[in-house]
Design a protein around this ligand. Structure first.
Ligand code: FEO
Length: 393
């Protein structure tokens, strides 16, 4: 079950929703916004967990003040130094001068990079894997999570209420009240933000599997509770570069519509071969982060691209660049190229994906000259058949 807001009487949510940002990290569209989550643990000692984006410092502090009343937090735990969570550290220290920052050694080292002129000496406690922060009846045990998503990231586990404060892990695009079933926007978030670091995510999953977890409290999106196995299982699949489902992504980038027409026709051929799970994707009109997410979701992919300036049409080149950056691998790939006089797109697309681990190029390659013609159909059908055999296997 997904839920938002407070975890319990003693673990309170003080995050904020950002419905105005448009582009997260100035690149990923977030039509349903994103939240910057922050929590307070109330006990003999009070801990504030993370801050929020710079644009929301005032709103966040008002929430913190409303939750704390006259109480002053003893600690600000910093799980991650990326500015969407750390931007208000100086503001918090100005508001609560007696408060101590608790963070990984690497995060402590980054403080002066982000807050020039502030003297953090004597105001920090550096923690590492297995260290504990005792708050009274609550105790945070730290779990190092380097590269999920930056090198300084450290998670914490609170044993009394069985809460994992998971930093970016298990976060998603969309504010907590946006009910979308979690998976699609969590996958798009994971693949594009953390996807390059599958091995590190796998290492983290192994460590947290030893904990008795009832609640996952990430830094974005809803707090997760109830049956957590679905979320953990999806993270295991994504971070091990296994497909979530058998099926084919047909990703096309078309200049005048000829390649698009062929790609859509090819998708129908796949369906006729009994592959129902086919997604067509216009790389010129839809966002590349969703294309990468769909590529991770499905077991096979067809690239339909155009020769342009004796090279590859840029929307397709961009997609391939993103796939490489995110360590895309272990998939079957078919190639459809178009070129009116000296086609090279097929060769370039095949070279790009063949350089990735575990990619199997499925033959035959389809080569169009300007537009799809009747004479192209047999080769298209042969590729559809070969892909269908692969996907069904
Ligand atoms: Fe949500 Fe890596 O910051």
């Amino acid at each position: 079950m997904e839920k938002s807001n407070h975890i319990s009487d003693n673990i309170r949510y003080v995050g904020v929703d950002d419905l105005t940002i448009g582009l997260f990290e100035n690149q990923y569209p977030v039509p349903q916004g994103i939240s910057y989550n922050s929590y307070i643990i109330k006990d003999e000692k009070t801990a504030l967990l993370d801050t929020v984006d710079a644009a929301f410092g005032q709103e966040w502090m008002a929430r913190v003040r409303a939750e704390l009343g006259d109480c002053t937090p003893d600690y600000l735990v910093i799980h991650h130094m990326e500015p969407d969570h750390s931007a208000n550290i100086a503001r918090a220290l100005a508001e609560f001068p007696e408060m101590t920052l608790v963070a990984s050694d690497k995060a402590v080292g980054m403080l002066s990079q982000f807050f020039e002129g502030y003297d953090f000496n004597g105001r920090t406690i550096a923690v590492k894997e297995g260290d504990e922060l005792n708050l009274g009846s609550h105790c945070l045990t730290f779990v190092a999570a380097p590269m999920v998503h930056w090198p300084e990231v450290i998670l914490s586990y609170e044993a009394k209420e069985k809460v994992l404060f998971s930093a970016d892990a298990f976060g998603k695009f969309g504010v907590p009240g946006y009910e979308d079933g979690w998976t699609n926007e969590a996958r798009r978030y994971y693949v594009n933000i953390v996807g390059k670091y599958g091995a590190q995510t796998q290492a983290l999953l192994k460590k947290v599997s030893l904990k008795d977890i009832e609640v996952i409290a990430p830094l974005h999106g809803p707090v997760l509770s109830g049956d957590l196995s679905r979320y953990i299982s999806l993270y295991d699949i994504w971070s091990s570069y296994r497909p979530e489902q058998n099926g084919v992504l047909v990703a096309y980038a078309s200049v005048y519509g000829g390649t698009r027409e062929c790609a859509l026709e090819f998708a129908d051929m796949l369906r006729e071969e009994g592959i129902d799970n086919v997604v067509t994707f216009d790389l010129c009109r839809q966002d590349v982060s969703e294309a990468v997410s769909q590529a991770f979701r499905l077991s096979a992919m067809v690239l339909a691209g155009v020769t342009y300036d004796a090279s590859l049409f840029p929307p397709m080149a961009t997609f391939l660049h993103h796939l490489k950056m995110k360590n895309y691998r272990n998939r079957a790939v078919g190639i459809i190229e178009n070129g009116s006089w000296a086609p090279v797109a097929g060769k370039l697309m095949a070279e790009a994906v063949a350089a990735l681990p575990g990619i199997e190029i499925i033959n035959p390659k389809v080569t169009l000259k300007s537009r799809m013609r009747l004479s192209d159909r047999p080769v298209m059908e042969a590729l559809a058949k070969a892909l269908a055999v692969k996907v069904k296997a």
